[in-house]
Design a protein around this ligand. Structure first.
Ligand code: HEM
Length: 500
């Protein structure tokens, strides 16, 4: 004990110096946190060190919606060491995401993907030219012709989905949508990006399914995130010792798996070249960046993390909205029957011609946008729309709040797929519907997600209809503690047209 007290025996000069440094740090930190107030930007007054972090204890999405009501179309909040300018003015958002994209092309460092070394070369994390090159090289993988080639994969995954529904129907009166659609989405991701035919509906113990579930359960608001956000230097130290968001054994599993996939694809390519007598480079006409194995791991893992929860919960919300809106469901079933009479197999082109189906999915994403917000980073101090934005500010675009704003959407809480038909589509402001974000940095997997959801919904409605059951929570109480919106979503699938 004596030794311990000895340790803190400093002379007066040391105490004065230490105290002065402490006060200087405190004042500098508070000066940075009050940058919005100095620039006349409205918003809640920050506390020293914490900023407005305590305001967010009820969850991100609901707090942002409440603050929007109180402070208007653009206001500033600070979260630990981060400065956020929340913007819900559509013209301003258009400037940030499109017109002045070159000034704000990147996401901010608070994005969870920034919290792990493995994700350093993820397309979400990359910035400026590096992002542009990577994105240009990845975009063709999501083109219409590539998606069309994925039809057999989607068909197989839908077969597994229907088999599972049939099995669950025999076991219970209701189906938990999150589990059902989660397995469907994992099957699609595993087949598309890892070349694995999983059928996770029947093999929940498959290592891919187990590791995938563990990765998805990682809490974004971990000690690593809070400590790294409060003290950026600590965050950098965590990077040096490779203490990231995802546990090491999960990263090892996905790294090994990606390496195996790359190896076997390379071997197949060489064999095909030898058979064709072609020894040249397939892509010599195109300037493509060379991805390392680590880059490919980071990005396949990104696709998996970005695509799983979003697509799964949207499918759950579609089934909830159709079950609680039977007239709209009848209309959709009619469209399914018109395009695929007698349960015909689905084709990519025909599914894409279904206007009402598109409206149902878009309206679901308006009411329940799986990503309730997105962001852009403002590196240098800028004036935009008359607002002075301090350097290193993150613009927060509150997607959920915009989608429920009565000034933007008439009768915003009602489910009306007709809003998106040909007659009405042109009335929608280009920045009013943002479930996939917007501008050049729009969701890379948007078309894949739309295809996956369309195939899943049509295949189910060829045979079943969605019905509510006593377990269905109406309206659903959403889990909105982070920037993602989800719900367990309980529904009942009634057998449809038993005689056919
Ligand atoms: C319903 C399903 C989905 C929703 C609602 C959704 C939503 C979003 C949103 C809001 C963004 C941010 C865009 C922006 O800031 O402008 C985003 C980015 C992204 N999403 Fe999705 N997403 C979905 C499915 C997918 C799927 C299936 C993939 C798989 C490939 C994917 C991959 C990505 C990637 C890689 C980015 C980052 C793009 C970049 O920074 O260049 N998403 N998504």
């Amino acid at each position: 004990m004596d030794h311990l007290t000895d340790l803190f025996k400093f002379d007066t000069t040391t105490w004065i110096l230490g105290g002065t440094l402490g006060v200087a740090f405190f004042m500098y930190d508070y000066w940075k946190k009050t940058a919005f107030q100095r620039n006349g930007v409205p918003g809640p007054i920050p506390l020293p060190l914490l900023g407005n972090a305590l305001t967010f204890r009820r969850g991100f999405t609901s707090t942002i919606t409440d603050l929007c009501e109180k402070y208007g179309k653009a206001f500033g909040v600070t979260f630990l060491s981060s400065k956020w300018l929340v913007v819900r003015d559509l013209e301003l958002i258009q400037q940030i995401m499109i017109t002045q994209f070159s000034s704000f092309p990147n996401h901010g460092p608070d994005n969870p993907f920034f919290q792990d070394n493995m994700m350093k070369s993820s397309v979400v994390v990359l910035s400026d030219m590096k992002w542009k090159d990577a994105r240009n090289s990845m975009t063709p993988a999501f083109s219409g012709s590539k998606l069309k080639q994925m039809t057999p994969i989607m068909t197989d995954c839908c077969d597994n989905l229907l088999a599972k529904i049939e099995e669950l129907q025999n076991q219970s009166d209701f189906i938990q949508c999150k589990e059902l659609f989660g397995a469907f989405t994992i099957d699609v991701v595993a087949a598309t990006f890892f070349g694995l035919q999983l059928n996770s509906q029947q093999n929940p113990k498959d290592p891919f399914v187990q590791y995938a579930r563990e990765a998805l359960a990682v809490n974004v608001f971990s000690f690593r995130y809070i400590a790294g956000s409060a003290f950026p230097l600590v965050g950098r130290f965590f990077d040096v010792i490779d203490y990231g968001l995802f546990p090491r054994h999960i990263k090892k599993f996905f790294t090994d798996l990606t390496n195996q996939v790359i190896d076997s694809r390379e071997k197949r390519k060489v064999r095909r070249r030898e058979e064709d007598g072609n020894h040249g480079d397939d892509n010599h006409h195109h300037k493509k960046i060379q991805f390392t194995n680590a880059d490919i791991t980071a990005n396949t893992f990104t696709f998996f993390m970005a695509g799983y929860e979003t697509t799964t919960s949207t499918l759950g919300f579609i089934s909830y909205l159709l079950a609680t809106n039977p007239d709209q469901q009848d209309k959709l079933i009619e469209e399914v029957d018109q395009h695929f009479p007698n349960g015909e197999p689905l084709t990519y082109e025909t599914v894409n011609k279904m206007e009402y189906l598109e409206g149902v999915i878009k309206e679901t994403l308006r009411l329940y946008p799986a990503s309730s917000l997105t962001d852009r980073y403002c590196e240098e101090s800028t004036v935009i729309g008359g607002v002075t934005v301090p350097a290193q500010t993150v613009f927060i675009i509150p997607i959920y709040t915009i989608h429920h704003d009565p000034e933007i959407w008439e009768d915003p809480e009602s489910f009306k797929p007709e809003r998106f038909n040909k007659e009405n589509n042109h009335k929608i402001h280009p920045m009013a519907w943002l479930p996939f974000g917007g501008g050049p940095r729009i969701c890379l997997g948007m078309r894949l997600a739309m295809m996956e959801m369309k195939f899943g919904v049509v295949r189910i409605l060829q045979k079943y209809r969605f019905e509510t059951c006593p377990e269905t929570e109406i309206p659903p109480v959403l889990n909105i503690s982070t920037g993602l919106i989800s719900h367990q979503m309980v529904s009942n699938f009634e057998l449809f047209r038993e005689n056919e």
